[in-house]
Design a protein around this ligand. Sequence first.
Ligand SMILES: [Zn+2]
Length: 144
Amino acid sequence: MGIKEALEAAYDASMHAYAPYSKYHVGAAVLLDDGSIIVGSNFENASYGLSLCAEAVAIASANSESRLHNIIAITIAGGKPDNDGRAMLTEIPCTPCGRCRQIIKEVSDVMDKDIAIYCLHQSGYRRYRLSEILPDAFGPNNVA
Ligand SMILES: [Zn+2]
């Protein structure tokens, strides 16, 4: 499996978002170097600040399978839900929030790699590099 399947997996994972407060469904998928995919969806909480983003869930799930070092890309799909709960994509892609960029930074530095981030939108996807959307970031090397 490759990026195309990871993009579809992120889109499908948005259907499983638990987002009763924002009503904004996000799915994420990390693509591993052996082609396998691990997904996450946003998981909100009545205490709003405790909510988890889809990207964080997917990355933490990969870590819980000892696969953190195998992540080569992350894909993201977000939007208001359609009747099936999948994100209705717009022309503006759902990009990682600041906190998730920092989480992706941790993975990037652990792997000594500039992780590719693919964000779905209505007519395709945009590809970013972490260094592009979080330049001069604080990371593990700062506290080493
Ligand atoms: Zn986030």
